[in-house]
Design a protein around this ligand. Structure first.
Ligand code: ADP
Ligand code: MG
Length: 303
């Protein structure tokens, strides 16, 4: 188990993280979310031992994670970290990069392992290609494969799909998270994207203003967001008479005390996002088709 106990950190005199605590079980997946600059990357670096803590402690099982002040070589065998800016060896091939840290004493096993990893990150056809010839997204996939190559016990990923196009993202996510679960590799992912969280993460931690604003299962936080920051992570929402209501929770009705004037319809594929005016504020709801501008309509909350 990973145990993060009351850690605090600042680069200079400005506090970045303050009294952060959480646990993560072996093989579980925790996602860290928060606005840009909230300290997600910093937290991952601390978990890896890249900086010294100002306060608190981090343990993986009974091993204490130490910063550079106490550890000659940064990092540990059982933990892998893929930074936002991944560094690869550009002049050797994809398969050589992935196999770089695998033992040469078992050539057959090494080859099988590389084949398996190439499949996980969907780069089988690029095995022989030099890394410098790859796109940003392809490089990111090589970095992921290299990180899981030696089967760490825990892996830290900083916005792992940020350079990968939408065509590839969905299937890559499914493969990666399935693979990590199968191999019982614990994983912590810093992300902006709810798609990295819903359906995959066991726990979701929200960082805000140096603190843990919320930590719970994605389902509980989704259904009961409590604060606008959490709601905004999941989608369009409104605050109606003090209550947070997602756009998809509203529907048209004959008559209600929620009288709106339609301002704009945005085509979203299988639904439209409707922008409307309610008590001189903007309100959003979903509807199956476009609505005529200027119409007065009534909304109700879907039960
Ligand atoms: P996030 O990943 O959530 O966007 P970061 O952890 O990268 O946030 O940054 C948190 C804060 O720490 C930001 O205000 C950022 O400017 C600052 N910061 C990040 N890295 C450094 C550094 N090496 N030295 C000083 N300040 C830093
Ligand atoms: Mg970051």
């Amino acid at each position: 188990m990973l145990q993060v106990q009351d850690i605090s950190f600042s680069y200079t005199n400005k506090q970045i993280l303050k009294n952060i605590s959480f646990n993560l079980a072996v093989g579980d997946y925790l996602s860290i979310i928060g606005e840009s600059g909230s300290g997600k990357s910093t937290l991952l670096k601390l978990l890896y031992g890249e900086y010294n803590l100002d306060d608190g402690s981090i343990f993986w099982k009974d091993k204490k994670i130490l910063g550079p002040e106490y550890n000659l070589v940064i990092g540990y065998d059982f933990i892998k970290y893929v930074a936002q800016e991944f560094d690869l060896m550009p002049f050797i091939s994809v398969e050589e990069n992935i196999g770089k840290f695998l033992s040469n004493f078992f050539p057959k096993e090494k080859k099988e392992r590389i084949t398996e990893l190439l499949e996980v990150v969907e780069l089988t056809n690029f095995a022989k290609t030099k890394v410098k010839l790859l796109s940003g997204g392809q490089k990111q996939r090589v970095a992921l494969a290299r990180a899981i190559a030696k089967q760490p016990e825990i892996i830290l990923l900083d916005e792992p799909f940020s350079h990968i196009d939408n065509f590839k993202k969905q299937s890559l996510r499914r493969r990666l998270f399935k693979y990590l679960k199968e191999k019982n590799i614990a994983c912590i992912v810093a992300t902006h994207d709810k798609e990295d969280v819903l359906g995959y993460a066991d726990t979701m931690l929200v960082l805000d203003n140096t603190k843990v604003l919320a930590i719970d299962t994605p389902e509980i936080l989704y259904k009961n967001p409590k604060t606008p920051l959490v709601a905004s992570f999941f989608g369009e929402y409104n605050i109606i008479r003090g209550e947070i209501i997602y756009a998809h929770q509203l529907q048209l009705t004959e008559k209600s005390n929620l009288k709106v004037i339609v301002k704009q319809s945005y085509f979203k594929g299988n639904y439209c996002l409707i922008e409307a005016e309610f008590e001189s504020k903007t309100i959003f709801f979903f509807h199956l088709k476009e609505l005529q501008k200027g119409q007065t309509l009534f909304l109700e909350k879907i039960k």
